[in-house]
Design a protein around this ligand. Structure first.
Ligand code: GTP
Ligand code: SPV
Ligand code: MN
Length: 607
C-alpha cells in the first residue's frame, strides 16, 4: 500500500487494488517526496490555491472584480499544443497512420521512462481521479492523472468531474485511463506527449500547458477516445454541442467541428441578434462531443468536459457576452495581460486599450507596443456552471439528440458561407476534406491552409483512413442520421477583410441549418451540395450589402478545381486504409464540374 495523503497531510487508504498498484509503480519511477490524492473538495481547492499562490504558480487577480480568479504564466517556450512532439504508440506504424507521429510502445516507454525516472524528486505527486462525461452516464469514462503540477490539478478540477466522485464511479474496476504527467524542467528537448491506445495509457512530459497536460481533454477524450470509439462503435469528436430553442419552445441540437481557434466556443455560446427575438442558444459543450446511437436510432451526444478551456483574445461583450459573464468568477487565466488594478486584459477585450499593462510574460507593456500584451493562445479555464446559458441537459447522462452536424474551417477563399451535403457519405466527404488555416493553438507557422479532416488532424488516435471508414460505417447503425453541413465564417474580400460579420450573426446560417434538418426550408442544388436559395437565408435587419452576401456565398469553379486536386493529394497521402467511397465522391464531383463547361452562379442576397 503506497503512502498517500490528502492535501492536509492525513493518510488515505486507496481501496482499488489496480489503482494502488499503479500508484506504487509510478512512485517507484518518479520518486516524489510525497503523494497527495485529490478529493475534489472545496477545502482542497482552497488549500491548493493557497499553495499555488505561495509557489508563484498562481497570481491572485483583483478579488473584488474577479472573485476566485487567478492568473498563471506558463514558460514562454510552452504556450500551445506541440503536434510535432505528440505520438501515437501502437505496435505497427500503420495503426497510427500517415497523419500521426509514431513511436513503438517499447521504445516510447523506455525513452520517456528514462525522463520520468526521478522526475518528481523534491516534488509532490498529485493523484487526480476524474470522470469524462456526466456522472452515471453509460458513455462516461474514468481517468486518473498523476501529475507534479498543482496548476494541472486545479485545472482538472474545473475541466472534469474530479475527485471522490470518480473513485466512487471506478469502484474496484481496472477500467480507467492511466495518465502520467511531469513538468520536468519544461525543456522542449525533453517534451513528449505519448499515447498508448492498447494500454489506455498516456505519458506526457516536459510541458505545463493546456492540451499537452490536461490529459482528460485532447489526450483521453479525443486521441484515446477516438480509438475506443472505433473499437466500441461510437464517435469521439472535436465538436461543440448546442441547443437551438425556437420562440415556440422547439429544441434542436447541433454538433459542430471547427479546428482549434476557429470559433467553437463562440458558436456554442452565441447570442442571436435582435432579429431573432425569442430564439435561444443553449450550450451543451464547447470543444468535445462523444456520440453514440440511441435506442430510437438517433445520434446522441454528451460533452465529456465540465469546464471551458477557451481562447481569451477576441472575447468581448460584443463578440461573446456569455463567455465574459462565465469568466467573472472561479476562473484560472493563463498567459493573459493584467491591468494596474489586477483585472485581466487581452487584445479584442471591450473598452479602450489601457495605457499600461503587465504583459503575458510579466513585463511592463505600453499602449502602442508592437508586441501583443496577451499571448494569442492565452486562455481561460472556467466552470461550465458559470455559463448563464448552460443547457439544462448538459449533464444529462443520456446526452442530447443531434439533428445536424456542421464542419467548418478558416478559409479566406473557395468555401462558401454554407452548404448542405446530399447524404451521409457526402457529408463524411465534406468533413474528410475540411481545410483550415493554422492558428496559434499549436506551435508552428500560423495562417497556412492545411487539410484538417473533421477538425481532428491533431486528435485522431489511429489511422485516418480507418477513421473515415468508421464514420462511413456508422451510417448502418443510425436510422435517423443527422444532416451534414459545411460552413465558413472566415471568407475574405480582396482587401483581406472578413466578408461575413460572424459571431451572433451566424444565427442566420444556423436557422437555415435547423430548418433544413427539419425539412422545412428550400435550398438550391449545386454540384457541391445544397445552398440557400435567394430568400432562404434571413437577411432582414442586417447591416450588410447584398453584394457582400453574394461574395460570401459564391462558388467559384476554378477555385474548386484546385481544391479538389488538393483534396486528392491528401487522400493519396493517407495510404491503403483510405476508403474508396470518399475518393469516388471526389472524382464524381470533379467529373461533374468538368462536364459543366461554364460558370456556376448562385445569388443568395435577393429576397
Ligand atoms: P479551441 O479552444 O482552440 O478549440 O478554439 P475554438 O474553436 O473554440 O475557437 P474560439 O471560439 O475560441 O474562437 C477563436 C478565435 O476565432 C477568436 O479570436 C474569435 O474571436 C474568432 N472567431 C470566433 N467566431 C468567429 C466568427 O464567427 N467570425 C470571425 N471572424 N471570427 C470568429
Ligand atoms: C485546441 O487546441 O483545440 C484546444 C486547446 O481546445 S488545448 O486544450 O490546448 O488543446
Ligand atoms: Mn479545441
Amino acid at each position: 500500500m503506497p503512502h498517500v495523503q490528502d492535501c492536509f497531510g492525513a493518510s488515505i487508504e486507496i481501496n482499488n487494488a489496480h489503482l494502488s498498484k499503479w500508484i506504487v509503480e509510478m512512485m517507484a519511477l518518479c520518486k516524489p517526496d510525497k503523494v497527495v490524492l485529490c478529493s475534489g473538495s472545496e477545502a482542497e481547492r482552497r488549500s491548493f490555491t493557497e499553495l499555488a499562490v505561495t509557489q508563484g504558480v498562481l497570481i491572485p487577480l483583483n478579488q473584488e472584480k474577479l472573485p476566485g480568479c487567478y492568473l498563471h504564466r506558463s514558460n514562454p517556450n510552452d504556450v500551445a499544443r506541440v503536434e510535432n512532439l505528440t505520438f501515437i504508440c501502437t505496435p505497427e506504424k500503420e495503426q497510427a497512420g500517415a497523419t500521426n507521429n509514431w513511436m513503438a510502445p517499447k521504445e516510447a516507454y523506455e525513452k520517456v521512462g528514462k525522463l520520468f525516472d526521478g522526475s518528481m524528486k523534491g516534488r509532490t505527486m498529485y493523484v487526480v481521479p476524474y470522470v469524462m462525461g456526466p456522472i452515471g452516464s453509460p458513455m462516461a469514462k474514468v481517468g486518473v492523472e498523476i501529475t507534479d503540477s498543482i496548476y494541472v490539478a486545479l485545472n482538472m478540477r474545473i475541466m472534469t468531474r474530479m475527485g471522490q466522485q470518480a473513485l466512487d464511479m471506478l469502484g474496484a474496476s481496472n477500467d480507467f485511463n492511466r495518465g502520467l504527467h511531469s513538468m520536468l524542467d519544461c525543456n522542449p528537448d525533453r517534451r513528449y506527449i505519448c499515447h498508448f491506445p492498447a494500454d489506455n495509457t498516456i505519458w506526457s512530459i516536459g510541458s505545463g500547458y493546456g492540451g499537452n497536460v490536461l490529459l482528460g481533454k485532447k489526450c483521453l477524450a479525443l486521441r484515446i477516445g477516438s480509438y475506443l470509439g472505433k473499437t466500441e462503435g461510437w464517435l469521439a469528436e472535436h465538436m461543440l454541442i448546442l441547443g437551438v430553442e425556437s420562440p415556440e419552445g422547439e429544441m434542436t441540437y447541433v454538433a459542430a467541428a471547427f479546428p482549434s481557434q476557429c470559433g467553437k466556443t463562440n458558436f456554442a455560446m452565441m447570442v442571436p441578434p435582435k432579429r431573432f427575438k425569442g430564439w435561444k442558444i443553449w450550450t451543451v459543450g464547447d470543444d468535445i462531443a462523444w456520440m453514440r446511437v440511441g435506442e430510437d436510432g438517433r445520434l446522441y451526444a454528451i460533452n465529456p468536459e465540465a469546464g471551458y478551456f477557451g481562447v481569451a483574445p477576441g472575447t468581448s461583450m460584443k463578440s461573446n457576452p456569455n463567455a465574459m459573464k462565465t469568466v467573472l468568477k472561479d476562473t484560472i487565466f493563463t498567459n493573459v495581460a493584467v491591468t494596474k488594478d489586477g483585472d485581466v486584459w487581452w487584445e479584442g477585450k471591450d473598452g479602450p486599450v489601457p495605457d499600461e499593462l503587465t504583459d503575458w510574460q510579466g513585463r511592463p507593456w505600453k499602449k502602442g507596443s508592437t508586441e501583443k500584451a496577451a499571448h494569442p493562445n492565452s486562455r481561460f479555464t472556467a466552470p461550465a456552471a458559470n455559463n448563464p446559458w448552460k443547457s439544462r441537459f448538459a449533464d444529462d447522462p443520456g446526452g442530447v439528440p443531434i439533428s445536424a452536424i456542421i464542419f467548418g474551417g478558416r478559409r479566406a477563399t473557395t468555401v462558401p458561407l454554407v452548404m448542405q451535403a446530399f447524404h451521409w457519405a457526402h457529408g463524411v466527404f465534406m468533413g474528410a476534406t475540411l481545410g483550415s488555416e493554422t492558428t496559434a493553438a499549436a506551435t508552428g507557422k500560423v495562417g497556412v491552409v492545411r487539410r484538417d479532416p473533421m477538425a481532428m488532424l491533431p486528435f485522431c488516435g489511429y489511422n485516418m483512413g480507418e477513421y473515415f471508414a468508421h464514420w462511413l460505417a456508422m451510417q448502418a447503425q443510425i436510422a435517423y442520421p443527422p444532416k451534414v453541413f459545411l460552413v465558413n465564417w472566415f471568407r475574405q474580400n480582396k482587401d483581406g477583410k472578413f466578408l461575413w460579420p460572424g459571431f451572433g450573426e451566424n444565427m442566420r446560417v444556423l436557422k437555415w441549418i435547423v430548418d433544413r434538418a427539419r425539412l422545412r426550408v428550400g435550398g438550391q442544388e449545386t454540384p457541391f451540395g445544397w445552398v440557400p436559395r435567394a430568400g432562404d437565408l434571413d437577411l432582414s435587419d442586417f447591416d450588410i450589402s447584398p453584394e457582400t452576401v453574394d461574395e460570401a456565398t459564391a462558388i467559384n469553379i476554378d477555385e474548386w478545381k484546385t481544391e479538389l486536386e488538393s483534396q486528392g493529394s491528401f487522400f493519396e497521402s493517407l495510404g491503403e486504409k483510405m476508403p474508396k467511397a470518399l475518393e469516388l465522391q471526389r472524382e464524381f464531383l470533379l467529373a461533374r464540374i468538368e462536364s459543366m463547361h461554364g460558370k456556376w452562379v448562385v445569388h443568395n442576397s435577393k429576397s
